[in-house]
Design a binder for this molecule. Structure first.
Ligand code: HEC
Ligand code: HEC
Length: 164
């Protein structure tokens, strides 16, 4: 009985050593994906302030909001449509939402604006309201006006294939 137990103990010890050995070997292997080589070059980041210290004011970029035009095509189906007009001076505050001055359902006949989507009346709890839901109140969180600014970095973005 004693003999069997000690043989078992030896076997267990041997097995754990093999396992540890395998672990050490993989840690030493620089080709495993979780261990990138230390020589990888640091990523160079470029921010909007382009390295200017925070206590300096940068000159304005000199870009303007695009002039009013017809609704723009969407780039992917779930996209919040872009704002096709300027929004300069349009305020969204606790008591007043300038966007709803034209986009509310009862205002669109006079303003000619698109009605806000019915999806905008649903609360986060799934309740349907008769007016804009609090989670859709800050329109410019999702809808953005366009400017004539040059892109800061190149990109290869392409419109979703179904919308090309
Ligand atoms: C003075 C009225 C007016 C105000 C204020 C206004 N809009 Fe508009 N908006 C329009 C009109 C008119 C159109 C439709 C243009 C067209 O169909 O040619 C439009 C179009 C849009 C569209 C495009 C809809 C689509 O189907 O592509 C979006 C998005 C939009 N507005 C968002 C906003 C947001 C956000 C605000 C507030 C920051 C705002 N609008 C304030 C009049 C207004
Ligand atoms: C959380 C993001 C979000 C917010 C906030 C939001 N929208 Fe939208 N909006 C969308 C998306 C996404 C769509 C397109 C899908 C849809 O119709 O729901 C859309 C669609 C629209 C449309 C086009 C409707 C149509 O029939 O084509 C108008 C107009 C619009 N929104 C106006 C507004 C206004 C005005 C506000 C503020 C009161 C607002 N949205 C707030 C995401 C948002």
């Amino acid at each position: 009985m004693k003999n069997i137990l000690s043989t078992l103990a030896k076997l267990a010890l041997a097995a754990s050593m093999v396992w540890m050995g395998a672990d050490l070997a993989s840690a030493a292997n620089p080709n495993t994906t979780d261990n990138p080589p230390a020589s990888a070059a640091p990523v160079k980041l470029k921010g909007l302030r382009d390295g200017a210290p925070l206590n300096t004011n940068l000159p304005p970029l000199g870009s303007r909001q695009e002039r009013d035009h017809g609704p723009a095509d969407r780039d992917f189906v779930q996209q919040p449509p872009l704002i096709p007009h300027t929004t300069q001076g349009y305020q969204i505050t606790l008591n007043f939402n300038k966007c709803m001055d034209c986009h509310a359902w009862q205002k669109t006949k006079a303003s000619g604006a698109t009605k806000v989507s019915v999806t905008h009346f649903k609360t986060s709890g799934g309740q349907e309201l008769d007016n804009i839901s609090p989670r859709r109140y800050f329109c410019t969180q999702c809808h953005v006006p366009q400017t004539d600014a040059k892109p800061l970095v190149d990109n290869t973005f392409q419109r979703a294939r179904g919308l090309q």
